[in-house]
Design a protein around this ligand. Structure first.
Ligand SMILES: Nc1ncnc2c1ncn2[C@@H]1O[C@H](COP(=O)(O)OP(=O)(O)OP(=O)(O)O)[C@@H](O)[C@H]1O
Length: 280
């Protein structure tokens, strides 16, 4: 069965007031409900701008953007309850004096009884294993913990669409791994549609679809395997293929053939290399 379209860009063009050329041109794009889409592109290709348009922080000069058939409204009119966004810098996202206050702030306009509010705050923090730090001040948390609280604050409102703008880029490898795992769990648990901007090709391998922005246009879109295995094409867009695919390409230059399937995960590649060992 065809998946329902949740987010739709139709002929969207956008230019910042103080710029000579459009950042985004003729963007036509449909994102199905419940999918995880990774958006890649070199610096300045317009990825964050695209998220800003979706959340209503900027308005396109022409074209339309709809979520579930409803045009996106400027954020100045109202905060769109269907969309939640987490940003790159964990230090810039806290509004509360404690972790609990911060999550409660996101629920402020829902007019909840105090006990229900506390229950919802605790439940949201449990989603990211952060309920034990409820009373802590944000500056007592690690970068990874701060990002998990930021995710809890957004998920407390149960948005249908979650926008992630390079949320792992300032974290150490362990914090990055934990956050990625939890975000994918939440995506599966709630069926949330996720649009993720990332510079990490390895993270994009976990997506349902990968989209490459280049020169303000969608240069390529497809499954992670179809897009991310094209090392030379990715290099033209200033991007690097994931390590698994680069290893596969290098092995081919050495005369050892490993199929796309055999390099789908690091465990698959390890098995394939073990089998090759007998031929070396
Ligand atoms: N508020 C702004 N005013 C004017 N120009 C802007 C503004 N924000 C971004 N730009 C410009 O728009 C272009 C796209 O920026 P954007 O931040 O969307 O790119 P990006 O793909 O997210 O880049 P990066 O990977 O470096 O974060 C860049 O040339 C940038 O300098």
């Amino acid at each position: 069965m065809e998946k329902q379209v949740e987010i739709e860009f139709e002929h969207v063009q956008f230019q910042y007031r103080n710029q000579d050329t459009p950042v985004l041109q003729a963007i036509n794009w449909q994102i199905p409900t419940g999918s995880w889409v990774s958006l890649l592109g070199n610096n300045g290709s317009g990825k964050s701008t695209l998220l800003k348009l979706l959340v209503g922080l900027e308005r396109p000069q022409s074209g339309t953007i709809t979520i579930n058939g409803q045009p996106v409204q400027p954020i100045t009119q109202s905060v769109n309850p269907t969309v939640g966004m987490v940003f790159q810098d964990p230090d810039n996202q806290f509004v509360g004096a404690t972790v609990a206050d911060d999550v409660a702030f996101g629920l402020a306009n829902q007019d909840l009884e105090q006990t229900e509010l506390q229950r919802r705050v605790r439940a949201a923090l449990q989603l990211v294993d952060m309920e034990t730090v409820l009373d802590r001040a944000p500056d007592q948390l690690s970068g990874g913990q701060k990002q998990r609280v930021a995710v809890a604050s957004v998920m407390a409102r149960r948005p249908a669409v979650l926008l992630l703008d390079e949320v792992t880029s300032m974290l150490d490898p362990q914090g990055r791994q934990e956050l990625v795992t939890q975000l994918h769990q939440l995506h599966r648990q709630f069926g949330t549609t996720v649009l993720e901007v990332t510079h990490q090709p390895n993270e994009a391998m976990l997506a349902d679809e990968v989209v490459v922005l280049h020169d303000g246009k969608i240069a390529r879109q497809g499954t992670p395997a179809a897009v991310l295995s094209q090392s030379e094409q990715l290099a033209d867009w200033g991007l690097q293929a994931p390590l698994l695919y680069r290893l596969r390409t290098w092995l081919a230059t050495q005369g050892y053939s490993v199929s796309e399937q055999q390099a789908a995960t690091s465990a698959d590649l390890r098995d394939a290399l073990w089998q090759l060992k007998s031929k070396i």
